[in-house]
Ligand binder design. Structure first.
Ligand code: ZN
Length: 185
């Protein structure tokens, strides 16, 4: 499994593309939740730089009909893992990224306050790639080392914290496979 390491709230193996879409976490907040998402832009298409530009507020509304709906949104995730397992970081982990929206985990609202958000390039129905599972497991282990309040029980899907509103990472995400990879030393 590829080795990942977090230093000063940055994943050393990621390309850093700083997004303006972030804020302060509430003082004293421990990071104890990891939220897995999916995204593809245009929907169902992989490759290209549209996701990156979306998180940098640089998406052109005229480029695609769907972009007109979303180009004004200001959102972000900490990380994006593309279909090849390459990783881009948009927000340092000690900052609050804007990925979860209205959400609740074990009675606590505003999951962005205490979570890290990782986007997998994909759709709910398309199998994720081997490279994505390997990268996600390695990244998760690095995050658990860097943020000791984070444990495997705190790794959830967006669907789990925004049920009825969000479906990602979808039925295509193999939680058993991910858990087995995560458990490997
Ligand atoms: Zn999501």
């Amino acid at each position: 499994m590829a080795h990942f390491e977090v230093v000063d709230h940055r994943l050393q193996q990621a390309r850093f593309q700083p997004s303006p879409n972030h804020g302060e976490r509430p003082a004293g907040t421990a990071i104890d939740l990891l939220v897995i998402h999916n995204i593809s832009l245009p929907p169902g298409q992989f490759g290209g730089d549209c996701i990156e530009r979306f998180f940098l507020n640089q998406l052109d509304a005229h480029e695609h009909p769907f972009f007109a709906e979303i180009s004004d949104l200001q959102v972000s995730a900490h990380l994006l893992v593309d279909r090849c397992g390459q990783v881009v970081q948009f927000v340092p982990f000690d900052r609050r990224a804007w990925h979860a929206g209205r959400s609740c985990f074990q009675g606590r609202d505003e999951c962005n306050d205490f979570s890290i958000g990782i986007e997998l390039e994909g759709t709910d129905e398309t199998p994720y790639t081997d490279a994505q599972y390997e990268a996600l497991a390695g990244i998760s282990r690095a995050l658990m080392r860097a943020y000791p309040a984070l444990s495997p029980e705190g790794i959830v899907g967006h669907c789990d914290i925004a049920p009825g509103r969000k479906s990602d990472p979808g039925p295509a995400f193999d939680w058993a496979r991910f858990s087995a990879l995560l458990a490997q030393a």
